[in-house]
Structure formats: structure tokens, C-alpha cells
Design a binder for this molecule. Structure first.
Ligand code: GCO
Length: 391
């Protein structure tokens, strides 16, 4: 038996986002295009869910505040919703759960979408006004702020791949969005840090482990480097002086290169999740090592898989944490791990089929059922260690 201890005060938690779990959001750019209905009804059942977080020994929770609830019309702030999230945060604090709040997790109020969303320069004014208001309301209750979740995923899927609202394919709009995200982040960082409150503010980046499709091909090796730079580093390089920490979302490996049909068989040989993402735990180690140069604390803000039968999740957690621990031993300053997700939820354009939860949701009754992997993770959280048995 081997015990891999994690650093003192390590944060162990789970992550969700408002649109994916709350239910009843009718006023966002997603509401009509991909309605999430009642989702998990977390909006009303949050006390119950926080009890489960506690029961599962997690000491931190990452979630998002829905902009379209707080500001349903431009410039009009909804007092009832502001009070809702205050009670929400208070009940986390009452349970001594560290709070990590994401300000933008993919969805926008309809009024913003109507004037061009994130591609419109005005978003800088609107989003920082919203952020500022939220900060003023909740600054005593929030430990970590995240401005934007996965800026490049958001920009590319919405403005290049046409899969998410506004479902456009327009590189100019993509670049404008990117520019506005960078400006917004820096501005909010500066505004928040005028306050004397005790908090940290950062970004959540989706970084992948890029490998050449064919390691013998110089072209493929070059391609992997280009991806690593533009996907993993470019955004961080632009905001690195405006960060207290880096949030990392790691899911998988991507083999990149010039693909010829006869090379196909060699692609991504590992295990696969229910939605076809390769499970490649070692990748998290390489990605973490890649982030070391920023010299900032790192929180793994998402890591998980779609696994309805809960067959692979336990090993997934174990093996990823093994590699996280190795990175820590080699000097990477990882301070927390958040599994995606606390419970099954609305997986964007894929709907409710993919099951990412440590807790299973029965969408008919909204009953919560703890999966075996959640208990396995609970042990790790309690021990602040990963226990490896020889079996
Ligand atoms: C993302 C988001 C989450 C997803 C999760 C699983 O990475 O797209 O932050 O909202 O649900 O990553 O795909």
C-alpha cells in the first residue's frame, strides 16, 4: 500500500455551471435554442445538494452565477435573484465550503446576444458592470473569482464551429470575441483588486495534451507545437500579469497532424468515455508541467468523464490524481482539484444523455443517487491522500 499525500489545505471539490444544473433559465441565449427545462432543479434543491457535498467530504464548490437572472434587461438588476444567490452563498459558507464563483460560463442574457454578444465591443462595459455589481453584493462570501470559463472553447464553438449560440462561422467575430475577453478579464481583475477584501481572481483555461499524430513526421511535430502555443498558451500569455491563479480544465489528449487515411489505425489508442473522448491520465501531468512557467498557483477546475454506468470513473479519478501528485512532487504548485461534475447535468448541445456526475440524477423524479465512484472520491477528500493498493 502506498499513500500519496496532497499538500496541506488542498481544495477538494466538484464543479457545475448554472445553465447546466439550475433549471428555469428562460432568458438566456441558450434558452430557446437548446432549452434545459428544469435541468436538475438545483435552483430550488441547492440545500440538499450542499448537504451531499458535505457528506462526500468535499471542502470546496465551483459554480456559476447566471447573468440573465441577475440582469434580465440591460441595466435592470433583479433584487429577488440577487437575494437568491446571497442565500445560496450563505448556505455554502454555513457548511464551511470554500466558494469559487464563475462569472461567465458560456450563457448570456438575451439582450446582450441581440446586440452581437461577445463580438460587440460594448460587452466590455456590460460584463464589467455585471461583474462589479456581483462583486459588491457578494464580496464577503466568495473566496475565488473566475472571470471567464474556457474563453477559447466558447469563442471557437460559438463563432467558428457554429454549434453554440449564435451559431456563426465568422473568424472576424471570433477574433473580436477573443480581444473582448482579454480586455474584460484584465479590466475586472483591476476593478476587483481595488478592494481590500481577501480573495483571488483568475481564469479557467481548457488545455489539452497535444501530441503529433505521427511522431516521426516533422510536420506533425510542428503542428502539435502550434496547437500547444495557440490553444494552451496564447490567452494566458496575454493576461499573465492579471492573474492570481490559473484554473485548468483537463479532459483529454489530442493527436494533431496532417492525417492521411492510412495512418488512421494509430490514432488515440486508450480507453474512451461514453461520448468518445480518449481517457489519457498522463496528459494532465504534461499539461501541468507546461503551466509551471507562469509561476502561479494552479487549481484543476474541471476533470471528468461521461460514464453512465460508472464503470471507468473510479480509475479515471485515481489515475489522474496519480499524475497530478507526480507533477506536485516535481514542483508544480497545484492547490486544488474539482471533479466535473457534482451531478449529471445538461451537457450543452448534447443534452442530458452524457452522464458526468458523481451523483446520478433521475430526470423524471429529480432524485439524487450517489454513485460508487463518489464514495471513492470522498475517501480521497477525507484523507487528503490517494491510497494505492497493490492489486
Ligand atoms: C466545458 C465546460 C463544462 C462541460 C464539461 C464537460 O468544458 O465545456 O466547462 O460546462 O460540461 O467540460 O464537457
Amino acid at each position: 500500500m502506498k499513500k500519496l499525500k496532497f499538500p496541506k489545505d488542498f481544495l477538494w471539490g466538484t464543479a457545475t455551471s448554472a445553465y447546466q444544473v439550475e433549471g428555469g433559465i428562460g432568458n438566456s441565449d441558450w434558452s430557446k435554442v437548446y432549452p434545459a427545462g428544469l435541468a436538475c432543479n438545483h435552483y430550488n434543491l441547492y440545500e440538499k445538494d450542499f448537504d451531499l457535498i458535505k457528506k462526500l467530504n468535499q471542502n470546496a464548490y465551483r459554480f456559476s452565477i447566471e447573468w440573465s437572472r441577475i440582469e434580465p434587461e440591460e441595466g435592470k438588476f433583479d433584487k429577488r435573484e440577487i437575494e437568491h444567490y446571497r442565500r445560496y452563498l450563505q448556505s455554502l459558507k454555513a457548511r464551511k465550503i470554500t466558494t469559487i464563483v464563475t462569472l461567465h460560463h458560456f450563457t448570456n442574457p438575451l439582450w446582450l446576444a441581440k446586440i452581437g454578444g461577445w463580438a460587440n465591443k460594448k460587452v466590455v462595459f456590460y460584463f464589467s458592470r455585471f461583474a462589479n455589481r456581483v462583486f459588491d453584493e457578494y464580496k464577503d462570501l466568495v473566496d475565488f473569482w473566475i472571470t471567464i470559463n474556457e474563453p477559447l472553447i466558447y469563442g471557437s464553438i460559438s463563432y467558428l464551429e457554429r454549434r453554440w449560440p449564435p451559431k456563426k462561422r465568422n473568424p472576424i467575430l471570433f477574433l473580436k470575441t477573443l480581444r473582448n475577453q482579454i480586455t474584460c478579464h484584465k479590466k475586472i481583475y483591476e476593478i476587483f483588486h481595488k478592494s481590500k477584501n481577501n480573495f483571488q481572481i483568475g481564469i479557467v483555461k481548457h488545455n489539452s495534451y497535444f501530441e503529433p499524430f505521427n511522431s516521426k513526421s516533422p510536420l506533425d511535430r510542428f503542428n502539435a507545437k502550434v496547437y500547444r502555443y495557440f490553444w494552451n498558451e496564447y490567452f494566458l500569455n496575454r493576461i499573465k500579469n492579471h492573474l492570481d491563479f490559473v484554473g485548468l480544465n483537463y479532459y483529454s489528449r489530442d493527436k494533431v497532424g496532417i492525417k492521411f487515411p492510412f495512418q488512421k489505425g494509430s490514432e488515440n489508442e486508450g480507453k474512451w468515455s461514453d461520448i468518445g473522448w480518449e481517457i489519457y491520465p498522463e496528459g494532465i501531468y504534461h499539461v501541468l508541467k507546461g503551466l509551471k512557467k507562469y509561476n502561479l498557483p494552479i487549481y484543476i477546475t474541471e476533470n471528468g468523464l461521461a460514464d453512465a454506468k460508472d464503470k471507468l470513473r473510479k480509475d479515471f479519478i485515481k489515475n489522474h490524481l496519480y499524475w497530478v501528485h507526480k507533477a506536485i512532487e516535481e514542483g508544480v504548485d497545484v492547490k486544488g482539484y474539482f471533479h466535473w461534475s457534482l451531478m449529471d447535468n445538461f451537457e450543452w448541445e448534447k443534452g442530458f444523455d452524457p452522464r458526468f456526475g458523481l451523483i446520478e440524477i433521475d430526470y423524471k423524479t429529480l432524485e439524487r443517487k450517489i454513485r460508487p465512484s463518489a464514495l471513492f472520491y470522498a475517501k480521497i477528500c477525507k484523507e487528503n491522500a490517494l491510497i494505492l493498493c497493490r492489486d
